[in-house]
Design a protein around this ligand. Sequence first.
Ligand SMILES: [Zn+2]
Length: 132
Amino acid sequence: MAKIKGSGNRTTELRLVQILRRSRIIGWRRRSNVFGKPDFAFLKAKLVIFVDGCFWHGCPRCYTSPATNSAFWRAKVQRNRQRDLTVNRELRKRKWVVMRLWECQLKDDAKVTRRIQNKLDRLGPAATAKAH
Ligand SMILES: [Zn+2]
């Protein structure tokens, strides 16, 4: 667990990379200098995606408080969630569309693809070009 830092982690990020590639969604970047360091950014569409680790960000479905030091962990998760909200708010102020996916939601490729594609479609055809 010590290897997992802050929001998301490499494995979950790579999982979304795989989903995006498979569904031929393009126009995204993983390393961008967008505020809040989103895991993925569609610069033209102004859409950012965060993949939140279920444990660190307190997923309502998966999070279970550790038996030891539970107050400490609760406070830590609380702080992460608070920071997520602050980042969301700031990004929206800067006209970004913010999407947050739970790590556990990445198990359903089709659903994730649909959600992202719908968002991109709504942001307009100029926002992204679909590869054929
Ligand atoms: Zn979860």
